[in-house]
Design a protein around this ligand. Structure first.
Ligand code: FUB
Length: 518
């Protein structure tokens, strides 16, 4: 009964706007919902009725679909985060049920705030059904007596922010965050793609008091602002994507860190202060912070649940600590606490113990060198799921290299090429024309006795050879070419095989790559 009829029943209840009974969850670490039944995203924590709640969206993209399929919001609730005991309230609200002017789907990142009238206000980015705006994302406000609803439109005439109200703007109007200041004044911030706006609202929580202001000074701001105040200082957390090998935020452009800035007043001036959370396993990062029973927490999302991904994200919660020895107080880097993972199992692959480098170091910021030996291959990867070499003018040859701290004995290798152009192309990313392995033995030498080097993309190409001992191995690739220009190269995963399976060798954290192969 549970397996066959329950999903239909639940879907029917959700469509009818009936709140579902909460179900109990035990979370021995992150993510909170981890079994892949319900993905949860864009967390917005708040305290209500003495409990810690998290408003979350829900990712429903099928595996390998790269799109935000998000039809509803859900809630998580705990009285004791350390206990790992949560109540999960699925299907709390859907855009088209709450807002008559909204389309189904795209239930993006919202926030619930308790108003001065003790009622709860949900600030929700949704798509407007009828709008001539080039981008129909708009922010609606709903109100309820309880966080679990029922929610009704607090401003039935339409959104309070869009590309048409309260002023014409040309940004994507999503990711709202709200602060009720100590003096009762209300401030709303929102934005994405590097453009952040702020506006004061009337104390009714709904009416824009204007003017809409451009918020600047938050270095690398990408999206997901989160406003809060502590000890008289205004803090803005946000997803930042200032990328590069020297960036304190993220090496790869598609990923984001959670950064923060401070200001002496709600509208600034804002000063960048640093990073709160390093990039997570999903490309998007989205966080909110809250104080509960004297302890601060950061809620964020990752791709770490069963069968998770960039569009199948799941909410995590960790302690957030302050450094009050400096002024303004600084937020310390949050230490993620994942659930205990099952052992990896014995394997011949020793690539995960190696340091990866490439001939095109620094690798273009859309790609990520660490994807080479992360153990993950996808049917529809995004650029940071692979090493790549695309530039406007690609050279004929590239190599990728592994270095181990100690000599290793190997007798095989498996490589997974990625392409968006066919073999023989001189543009885009194509499989290599040919490639081979070289190992270090007082100089680079072709691996002797190697079998055929396959070039088919989208699946592992396996090469075997008589055992050899080395500390460094290269895959040397000759690019596909049309005779005039060269295509780029990309590799999702590159494994190196020891003669016998053993407990996995994992690279020691914090160890520096060996300076040389000798
Ligand atoms: O979940 C949809 C979008 O992804 C959110 O609005 C962004 O903040 C990012 O998390």
């Amino acid at each position: 009964m549970r397996n066959r009829l329950a999903p239909l029943l639940l879907a029917g209840m959700a469509a009818a706007g009936v709140a579902q009974e909460p179900r109990a969850i035990i979370a021995p670490g992150n993510p909170i919902l981890a079994d892949g039944d319900y993905y949860s995203t864009d967390p917005a924590p708040f305290v209500a009725d003495g409990a810690l709640w998290i408003l979350a969206g829900r990712d429903e993209a099928p595996p390998d679909v790269n799109d935000f399929i998000m039809n509803e919001w859900q809630l998580l609730r705990t009285d004791d985060p350390a206990s790992g005991k949560w109540l999960h309230y699925p299907a709390v609200a859907r855009p088209e049920q709450v807002f008559a002017w909204a389309e189904t789907g795209r239930a993006y990142a919202g926030q619930i705030v308790q108003g001065p009238d003790r009622r709860y206000y949900l600030y929700a980015p949704v798509l407007e059904k009828d709008s001539d705006a080039p981008d129909r994302f708009a922010i609606g406000v709903a109100v309820a007596d309880n966080p679990a609803g029922p929610w009704r439109d607090a401003h039935p005439s339409g959104p309070i922010v869009s590309q048409r109200v309260p002023v014409r703007n040309d940004i994507q109007n999503i990711d709202p965050t709200v602060l009720i200041d100590d003096d009762g004044r209300v401030y709303l911030y929102w934005g994405t793609f590097g453009r952040l706006r702020g506006i004061e609202l009337e104390r009714d929580m709904i009416t824009p008091k204007g003017p809409e202001q451009v918020i600047e000074g938050l270095t690398g701001f990408f999206e997901a602002p989160w406003i809060m105040k502590r000890k008289g200082v205004y803090y803005m957390l946000y997803a930042g994507n200032r990328a590069g090998p020297a960036s304190d935020c993220t090496p790869a452009l598609y990923h984001a860190c959670i950064a923060y800035g401070t200001a002496p007043s709600p509208m600034g001036p804002w000063t960048y202060r640093g990073v709160v959370l390093k990039p997570v396993s999903s490309t998007t990062s989205h966080a909110g912070a809250v104080e509960y029973n004297g302890q601060w927490y950061l809620a964020y999302h990752t791709a770490d649940a069963k069968d998770g991904g960039h569009f199948r994200r799941s909410v995590a919660l960790d302690r957030m600590e302050w450094d009050d020895s400096v002024t303004p107080a600084a937020i310390r880097l949050v230490v993620p606490t994942p659930r205990p993972r099952p052992p990896l199992g014995v394997t011949r692959n020793i690539a995960r113990a190696a340091f990866a480098t490439a001939s095109n170091d620094p690798v273009p910021v859309q790609f990520w060198i660490k994807a080479l030996n992360d153990g993950i291959t996808k049917a529809a990867p995004l650029p940071p799921d692979m090493w790549g070499s695309w530039t406007a003018n690609n050279p004929r040859s590239q190599w990728i290299e592994y270095r181990w701290n100690r000599p290793v004995t190997i007798d095989g290798s498996r490589i997974w090429f990625w392409n968006d152009q066919p073999a023989g192309s001189g543009i885009g990313v194509a499989p290599p024309a040919h490639w081979h392995l070289e190992y270090w033995d007082r100089g680079w030498k072709p691996v002797p006795g190697a079998g055929a080097y396959g070039t088919t993309p989208g699946t592992f190409q396996t090469v075997t050879f008589p055992p050899l001992r080395t500390r460094c191995l290269r895959a040397v690739m000759t690019a596909s070419s049309d005779g005039k220009t060269n295509a780029a190269l990309a590799v999702q995963e590159w494994e190196v095989l020891a003669p016998a399976a053993r407990e996995p060798m994992i690279r020691e954290q914090g160890k520096q790559p060996p300076a040389s192969c000798g």
